[in-house]
Design a protein around this ligand. Structure first.
Ligand SMILES: Cc1cc2nc3c(=O)[nH]c(=O)nc-3n(C[C@H](O)[C@H](O)[C@H](O)COP(=O)(O)O)c2cc1C
Length: 375
């Protein structure tokens, strides 16, 4: 049970961003593809209405592709050309109107880009490979040339400029979930030779694409940059992510959020805050980097939120922010509910049961909670 004083003191402790902007709460809405952009990636009425209902200190948009070739799924948001700015402006405006700071999550999906959406017959990633698809076919991936990687890096910077033009307050680079930037870091995707600047054979080479993207965005815009990374994967231990995290700080990121390659698990099976153990190791390595640290994945109860934000009594173990995704699909105003319930000492956990049927709904139409449909 969290008492009202603790809830308000911890969750609404103001978060000052490097440029002096203030987020009203330590709860961020995690980046969540809603399958609601128009067919051409433009932000239209549907997505604007959805974002207007979300309550959080910082609202991170679903991933926005920075190049047409970098799409992986239907109805992603496009941030790849000048004509996208108008819709992005309305999106940022809807987030501001509901009281949050607006963060644009940027991505190039690399070898996970799908020809079905890009119209190319191949995908581009760190190395040549074939990626099996659910129906038995394969996507052929061609290794990007150095020049191609540099163009993608520039595309991140250009997308960040468009985001600023549209009124976004923060950039989040998607360095997780086995998409493009993570692929360069993970040797199971990156088999580039040792004489290549992005080689998978050294930690410098593996970090370079993500670090360069942070630098390019930093040089292009004057707003805070956060990066979402996996906390480990089959081929990468948290110790190595610790090294990456230090480099992201040196490149100019202010905050790193820890996720994992299997991001949307069920906390009933694996426990709440299921990336906490890895994240704790990474933090111990990068503790004096000056970064803020965030955690996402399976956070469901007000008690866990407060434990994570206070380090359970150990300030050195405290996270600066936590992110929620599926709970805010089911209850976009969950933060408001928890705050009202704290006043009568009766906080109930998020109602989300982590069934992931919201994701399936997104593939058929739009992302929404089908468990509590009509309630
Ligand atoms: C429908 C859906 C869409 C998602 N889209 C994104 C996305 O665009 N970018 C991203 O980094 N993560 C995405 N995620 C992962 C979430 O941000 C989050 O890391 C994960 O669901 C775990 O958090 P949760 O337990 O609070 O849902 C998505 C998850 C779901 C269920």
């Amino acid at each position: 049970m969290v008492d009202q004083e603790t809830w308000e003191r911890v969750v609404f402790q103001k978060l000052e961003l490097p440029n002096g902007m203030i987020a009203s709460s330590r709860i961020m809405r995690a980046a969540t593809w809603m399958s609601q952009a128009e067919e051409n990636g433009i932000c239209g009425e549907a997505i604007i209405e959805t974002y207007g209902k979300i309550r959080a200190g910082v609202v991170v948009t679903g991933f926005q592709y920075v190049m047409y070739e970098g799409q992986t799924i239907k109805r992603m948001i496009s941030n790849s050309k000048a004509s996208d700015v108008e819709g992005l402006k309305r999106l940022a405006g809807a987030i501001h109107a509901s009281g949050g700071l607006a963060a644009a999550q940027l991505v190039h999906c690399g070898s996970r880009s799908l020809p079905k959406y890009t119209g190319n017959d191949i995908a581009f990633g760190p190395s040549d490979m074939e990626v099996p698809q659910p129906r038995g076919d394969v996507v052929r991936v061609k290794a990007m040339t150095v020049d191609h990687v540099e163009r993608v890096t520039q595309a991140y910077a250009d997308a960040a400029k468009r985001a600023v033009k549209a009124g976004f307050d923060v950039i989040e680079l998607h360095g997780a979930h086995n998409y493009g930037l993570w692929q360069f870091f993970d040797p199971s995707f990156n088999r580039r030779p040792v004489d290549d600047p992005y080689t998978g054979a050294t930690i410098e080479g593996r970090c370079k694409a993500m670090v360069d993207a942070v630098r390019a965005v930093k040089n292009a815009v004057d707003i805070p940059i956060q990066v979402k990374v996996d906390s480990s994967s089959k081929m990468v231990g948290p110790e190595e992510v610790g090294e990456l995290t230090k480099r992201l700080a040196e490149a100019g990121a202010y905050c790193v959020i820890f996720s994992g390659p299997n991001p949307s698990q069920n906390p009933k099976d694996v426990g709440e805050a299921y990336f906490l153990d890895d994240a704790t190791i990474i933090r111990s390595i990068a503790h004096d980097s000056g970064l803020l640290f965030g955690l996402v994945g399976g956070i469901r109860s007000p008690e866990t939120v407060v434990e994570l934000l206070t380090g359970n009594g150990n300030p050195k173990a405290a996270f600066d922010v936590i992110q929620l995704s599926r709970p805010l699909i089911s209850e976009p105003a969950l933060l408001q509910r928890w705050t009202e319930e704290a006043k009568i000492s009766k906080q109930e956990p998020a109602r989300c049961i982590s069934c992931n049927r919201c994701l399936v709904a997104g593939l058929r139409g739009k992302v929404e909670c089908v468990q509590f449909e009509g309630e």
